[in-house]
Design a protein around this ligand. Structure first.
Ligand code: ZN
Ligand code: ZN
Length: 412
């Protein structure tokens, strides 16, 4: 039984996890982490390639005839100041892509994802007699920018390495530790970001008549955008429009030249996504015209994460294996979430199914109490400075889930 090897490596994995947690790196800067993961993977006998699509790491283990199964983990961190108070909390600061010094924290649990994948890769390699096929281990950088998966595909992930027939991955979440959360079909929202610059005409704050005020223009845009979800999207469809960045001017008595907005949208269906994107452009242009802007607004859409679909048939197969291993009492159905993931880019690039699931990292009593009190939204979730998965049983459950899912798709 492959899982039996876990007891012998559990401590080593916990050390790796604490090391990763204490040394987080921002997206596109994950060089130390990548080197550490490559070093941890090699002793198990994998052919390891580094710098695939930036700092991506790929391991291949050929073990006779059979399908190629891809296991994926991301490993970038976030510009968040850690407030968990853990003995292995991060105190790291780094310079972000805009030249600002920021605190860095593994606030999304990607350190847990990476440690679990090292564990699963190692267990599967040490039990080669129990399966047949090829394992493709993929450590993906820059997930938080929704571009690492695309970068790896563009760098030849599926031409330089064996092409998988299934992509498997997981995300740690504020669910009870030791539990698996699953969804079938649309699982995580599509995410799109647009940067808007509104052009006014700057001048003295005392002479608005001689200026075109981009601040009022921006304020109207922000207010008017709220009407998209409230009045244009059907109440039965999921959509979110958030203006997360708004900046203009630097002195109270100067009307600035321009104002900038960073807008993020989430959607769970292609027609909703198109509707929201078109509505944003329409409103931005119309408010700009209504304010007598001196120039058309600049509207720049950024790289996006597509809707993540956990293939229903493939999910059913994987779930059957989970249920047998963990028992039905440790498996929880989950509704689709408004968070996003770029893992779906891999399967979509080669037309193979993706199966993605969540697993818990929070003390079960705390979660069940919060559920009973209807205060689940108050628990520290991913991206919170207080997000602190329990090392155990989270680590073991994450390793087991990857191993069980891989074995469900490899030949026995
Ligand atoms: Zn995240
Ligand atoms: Zn994440």
């Amino acid at each position: 039984m492959v899982i039996e090897g876990l007891a012998a490596i559990r401590e080593e994995l916990a050390d790796l996890y604490r090391d990763l947690h204490q040394h987080p790196e921002l997206s596109l800067q994950e060089t130390r982490t990548a080197a550490l993961l490559a070093r941890a993977l090699r002793p198990s006998g994998y052919e390891v390639a580094e710098q695939v699509g930036g700092t991506g790491v790929v391991g291949v283990l050929r073990n006779g005839p059979g399908p190629t199964v891809m296991l994926r983990a991301d490993f970038d961190a976030l510009p968040v100041r850690e407030k968990t108070g853990l003995p292995y909390a991060s105190e790291v600061r780094a310079t972000d892509k805009d030249g600002r010094e920021v605190p860095v924290m593994h606030a999304c649990g990607h350190d847990m994802h990476a440690a679990c994948l090292i564990g699963a890769a190692s267990l599967l390699a040490s039990a080669k007699g129990e399966w047949s096929g090829t394992l493709l281990i993929v450590f993906q950088p820059a997930e938080e920018l929704a571009r690492g998966a695309r970068d790896m595909v563009d760098d030849g992930l599926f031409s330089r390495f064996p092409k998988p027939s299934i992509v498997l991955g997981q995300h740690v979440a504020p669910l009870p530790a030791g539990f698996i959360g699953y969804g079938s079909g649309p699982l995580m929202a599509a995410s799109d970001t647009v940067n808007v610059t509104l052009h006014g005409r700057g001048g003295h704050g005392s002479r608005p008549e001689a200026s075109v005020d981009p601040v009022l223009m921006a304020a109207n845009v922000v207010t008017r955008l709220q009407g998209i979800v409230a009045r244009e999207v059907s109440p039965s469809e999921m959509a979110v429009v958030t203006v997360g960045r708004l900046s203009a001017g630097n002195k109270p008595n100067i009307i600035p030249d321009s104002a900038e907005l960073g807008i993020n949208i989430r959607s769970a269906a292609e027609h909703t996504r198109t509707l929201v994107m078109e509505a944003i452009e329409r409103i931005v242009r119309a408010e700009s015209a209504a304010s007598a802007a001196v120039q058309e607004p600049d509207i720049a859409w950024e790289e996006s994460a597509p809707l993540l679909v956990s293939d229903p048939d493939a999910t059913a197969t994987t779930l059957a294996a989970f249920t047998e291993h963990f028992g039905p009492e440790r498996i929880l159905p989950m509704p689709p979430v408004t968070a996003s993931e770029d893992v779906g880019v891999f399967g979509a690039a080669i037309g193979v199914p993706t199966v993605f699931w969540f697993w818990g990292g929070i003390e079960p009593d705390v979660v069940f109490k919060a559920l009973a009190e209807n205060s689940i939204d108050k628990l520290p979730a991913n991206h919170s400075p207080h997000f602190a998965p329990l090392i155990e049983p989270t680590l073991s459950t994450g390793v087991e889930a990857l191993v069980i899912a891989a074995l469900a798709w490899l030949d026995s």
